[in-house]
Design a protein around this ligand. Structure first.
Ligand SMILES: [Fe+2]
Length: 291
């Protein structure tokens, strides 16, 4: 399945419902838009506006409700609804989280972590095969934001993601802010994490804001919460530059889901991502241009 668009290797923004009318009415200076299908499944008016935008911009569909880690299996009715929307929107990329958010018929309003062991690996790989079969395309799996580990884990998150790429043939979405946040909270090395990911599978990057909170249980006394409610922090920009050096230029999303600011603020963050990429990857070309 191929889209009428190609995904440009530059920054895009998360399109949330408060901005959709403005996005339709404006000529946006942005490479692409990412949407959550769950915002549109029961909203025909928003879907019509989205279809208008999909004719003008490459779209990435980022599902938050597929729950590939749920032991009870994928919600097939939800997956079918996502497929139906995808058939209309014609996105370039489709992605979701390495997490679980359903238990039986109950939806939990969070993305919950998984133990990294052989049993979970097989469950997630089977679910990824099912999702990719139904959607008829590769699925991009995103690294989670983590606060605690499981004592029963027998492999690292990076090993687990590598195994999933091999077993399920999925691709990876590297959320650079999640790497920074999780490394801070869990006490691992950010560069070793980036270095350990399979570069050939990295298809999209994310950058989002996080919020520090006092927490006596975290070394250093501060836990970073994945709020998607602020601008991208300085250390995340630095890690983004490092990730670009390892993965090359990739479509990069600015994610902002809470305390949503003016759309121009999101577009400014996307322009900053493009500027970081230009500075990181083309220093020689910039020096020549400045002479
Ligand atoms: Fe993300």
């Amino acid at each position: 399945m191929s889209s009428i668009h190609r995904m440009p290797a530059r920054a895009g923004v998360g399109l949330r419902l408060p901005h959709i009318e403005e996005a339709v009415a404006t000529q946006l200076s942005v490479g692409w838009l990412e949407i959550h299908p769950e915002n549109f499944l029961a909203n025909p008016h928003a879907t019509e506006l989205l279809l208008e935008l999909a004719r003008r911009y490459p779209i990435s569909v980022h599902t938050v409700g597929l729950s590939v880690g749920s032991v009870g299996g994928i919600d097939r009715a939800h997956l079918a609804r996502v497929r139906a929307l995808i058939d209309r929107v014609d996105p370039v990329l489709v992605s979701g989280h390495l997490a679980w958010s359903t238990h039986g018929a109950e939806y939990l309003n969070d993305l919950l972590p998984l133990p990294f062991d052989d049993e979970t690996l097989q469950i997630v790989a089977d679910h990824l095969h099912e999702v990719q079969d139904v959607l008829g395309r590769p699925y991009l799996l995103e690294n989670p934001s983590s606060y605690v580990g499981f004592a029963g884990s027998t492999m690292t998150e990076v090993q687990f993601l590598n195994e999933l790429v091999d077993l399920a043939g999925c691709r990876l979405l590297c959320d650079v802010s999640n790497v920074y946040l999780s490394a801070h909270n869990m006490g691992y090395d950010v560069h070793a994490y980036i270095d350990g990911l399979p570069a050939e599978a990295i298809t999209e990057l994310h950058l989002g804001g996080f919020t520090p909170e006092d927490d006596a249980a975290t070394p250093g006394g501060t836990v970073l919460i994945d709020t998607h409610a602020t601008e991208v922090a300085g250390p995340a920009w630095e890690l983004y530059a490092y990730a670009l050096g390892r993965f090359g230029l990739k479509p990069t999303l600015i994610e902002w889901d809470n305390d949503i600011p003016a759309f121009t603020t999101l577009l400014g963050q996307a322009a900053m991502a493009d500027a970081v990429a230009a500075k990181t990857l083309e220093p020689e070309a910039r020096r020549v241009a400045a002479r």
